[in-house]
Write a protein that binds this ligand. Sequence first.
Ligand code: DGY
Length: 429
Amino acid sequence: MTHFDKPAVFARAAAILRDNDRGAYTIPTKGLYPFQWNWDSCLTALGLRHFDEARAWLEIETLMAHQWPDGMVPHIVFHVPDDGYFPGPDVWRTGRPVPTSGITQPPVLGFVLHRLFEEASDRALAEEKARALLPKADAWHRWFYTMRDPAGEGLVAIIHPWESGRDNAVDWDGALTAVPSDGVVPYVRRDIGHVNAGQRPHKAEYDRYIKLVQIFRDLAWDNARLHDASPFRVVDPGFNAILIRSDEDLADLAATLGEPAIEAAARKRLALSRAALERLWSESHSQYVAFDRVAGRPVDSASVGGLLPVLAGVEASRMQALARRIRAWTEVARFGVPSHDPSDPRFEPKRYWRGPIWLIVNYLLADGLRRAGFEEDAILVDANSLALISEGGFAEYYDPLSGEGLGGGAFTWTAAMVAELITIARDDS
Ligand code: DGY
């Protein structure tokens, strides 16, 4: 590993978390993302716990205070007005008391709750907080399998690329062609006022992101109708793997807390979803791939979304294959793990989710590898993550070939992951 001063890096991570702290929630970064984002906040809590456990629980409580009555947890909570971001509450118009967006994000909550609980030093506080949050997480999971898997397949669809968290992944290119771009109300993007446009999605994608918001808004954000009405419905293996792992962690937490009904419901969902995930396996890519529910066919795109099932407790031969993929990609892209197969001509090392490395993804991959006994692979992924901090600072994402920091700077979830990694590295040594 590139030599760096661990205490200094840890202190810098703490300073970033402090600086982006808005009291009861943390913004991802100044300027570009001035509100509370769903999976950012959950993963940020993992970093906050190293400095203040009560504050870590509060991060999650604030997010869950804005859960919708139907169980959905929105992807953005607009706590305060800020016109530096588009699309703001006036575009979403979801009618919530505190404005929120109307779509969701990868459900890392169950995974995070379990970890916060297991690692807590203040046991009484952890028990009180986890007990209160558990039914809310369960309601969100039930929402997924009701609203986003109406046929009961065991796999949930995303209805907007932003829900995947991997906004402009190659995975969505084909499915987005089914989304019309006519009738988009003229708008001004704010993201490219903060970040170099070459590191962000194209206008053609943005038009469709906004068109989808308009379509859902016209349906009054009625989740009972949105799935079938959406021209974009894609089953993302990464998203489903995260949900599966969170359901497993939720079940374990429910068992520990003596909540048998929640545990039984989660285990029942798990039996179906684990088996269903196998339908996304691609022999030719030797990894999982997305499935376009509108077109009715698998998506020919080898992205990191198809490697995230390492998190989900897949069988040993699958784990072997995925670990091989991670190693092979890291041989081409020295700072691995890139968000897209670096040997694919569609790989773009600087453009957001079409190639760059994200530390939160590395973290999730390393967790899955470690849990399945691939300790050396996990250590390499962790070491590469820390090397990126030396190379590119606390960036939003990184060029996997050069290590250059890209996107927003002084980034919260990157700092949170560093706090976690430094602790894990200490335990390893
Ligand atoms: C953005 O605005 O880029 C976000 O990723 C959407 O959540």
